[in-house]
Design a protein around this ligand. Structure first.
Ligand code: 2BA
Length: 109
């Protein structure tokens, strides 16, 4: 069994969860925040059998797309100097960042 952890953009989250549930995947959605953009994204936790991992990844690919996002200048005041950006820059935010990890035990009480 595997745990698929997928960080996706909020804009794709409803479509993705509908597609996963329609395909009988069990899903937990978490409201998360990207460390770089500091804007909201959605993290999916999907526990599934090994033989269904590829199908799950395919659904994620089909329902998430990358977009360019402008990063506004960040004031160093009160913030971390490491993340200081003096001018707007465009970054490409990926459709989905996915981790597939083995599950040692799956328990439901
Ligand atoms: P954020 O951390 O807000 O990053 C948004 C986008 O900003 C990234 O898109 C990337 O294009 C850019 N970016 C991130 N860190 C950067 C840096 N140090 N310098 C320049 N550009 C940078 P993605 O790579 O597609 O990531 C989208 C979101 O997925 C991330 O949002 C974060 O929430 C998550 N993520 C990505 N890689 C991760 C990882 N290795 N571990 C945990 N979460 C990750």
């Amino acid at each position: 069994m595997k745990l698929i952890i997928a960080v996706v953009q909020d804009q794709d989250s409803n479509r993705l969860s509908t597609a996963l549930v329609e395909n009988n995947f069990r899903v937990t959605k978490l409201a998360t925040t990207g460390g770089f953009l500091r804007s909201g994204n959605t993290t999916f936790m999907i526990g599934t059998e090994d033989i269904r991992v590829e199908r799950c990844l395919q659904i994620i690919k089909e329902n998430c797309r990358s977009r360019d996002q402008l990063v506004a200048p960040v004031s160093p005041m009160g913030g971390n100097a490491d993340s200081y950006v003096p001018y707007p820059v465009e970054v490409e935010v990926g459709g989905a960042t996915v981790f597939v990890v083995p599950i040692e035990q799956f328990l439901q009480f």
